[in-house]
Design a protein around this ligand. Structure first.
Ligand code: FE
Length: 192
């Protein structure tokens, strides 16, 4: 696969269709700059700033832009917040649309047929596979991404985190908790 990619890259560069420097920049961005730590910062900010949370839920594209998050993937970003009554979960049933600019590279299972079909048919069982057990009366809402619209989950702020800084809080926010297939880390799981 690596050799095939290399061959394709060489041919496209020789023909002048792509600029190798630009490719290097994209690879560098996804290796070092773009990742779930960006989404975690957004969530931690929403946990500590009710006005930002309101703005995020009203128009996430605009709210994250105000934080300086450059978005290049998808036209609309929609943030959905978990509550004591409702748990949200994200899938792309058609393919693998994912908010790369906030969460980095999608996990392999996100693109699997099993996740894509089962997430809508039996979300509670899928969550159990991820070791997430929710109270039986908690509603689960599944959001289906499209090429234009990407979703992120704002998990509930864990109890016992009063007075924590945004940097400390961000350590609790996992990638899966922003897809809805996980919950934030327990407070004793992180070094603060
Ligand atoms: Fe997709």
């Amino acid at each position: 696969m690596q050799r095939r990619v290399k061959a394709l890259e060489t041919v496209l560069a020789e023909k002048g269709y792509i600029n190798p420097d630009a490719l290097d920049k994209i690879v560098e961005a996804y290796e070092h700059r773009v990742g779930p730590h960006i989404g975690a910062k957004v969530v931690a900010h929403a946990w500590t700033n009710p006005d930002f949370k309101k703005a995020l839920l009203a128009d996430a594209s605009q709210a994250v832009r105000a934080l300086g998050v450059e978005r290049t993937v998808g036209d609309h970003l929609i943030a959905v917040a978990n509550t004591p009554e409702t748990h949200n979960m994200i899938v792309c049933t058609l393919c693998s649309c994912y908010p790369w600019d906030l969460l980095g590279l999608p996990p392999v299972w996100y693109k699997s047929t099993a996740y894509r079909s089962r997430a809508v048919k039996e979300p509670r069982t899928v969550l159990a596979d991820f070791n997430v057990t929710l109270p039986s009366d908690m509603k689960i809402r599944v959001w289906d991404s499209t090429a234009e619209t990407r979703f992120m989950v704002v998990p509930q702020r864990p109890d016992g985190t009063d007075g924590w800084s945004e940097e400390q809080l961000a350590k609790l926010v996992t990638r899966d908790s922003m897809i809805g297939t996980g919950l934030p880390k327990a407070i004793d799981e992180v070094d603060t």
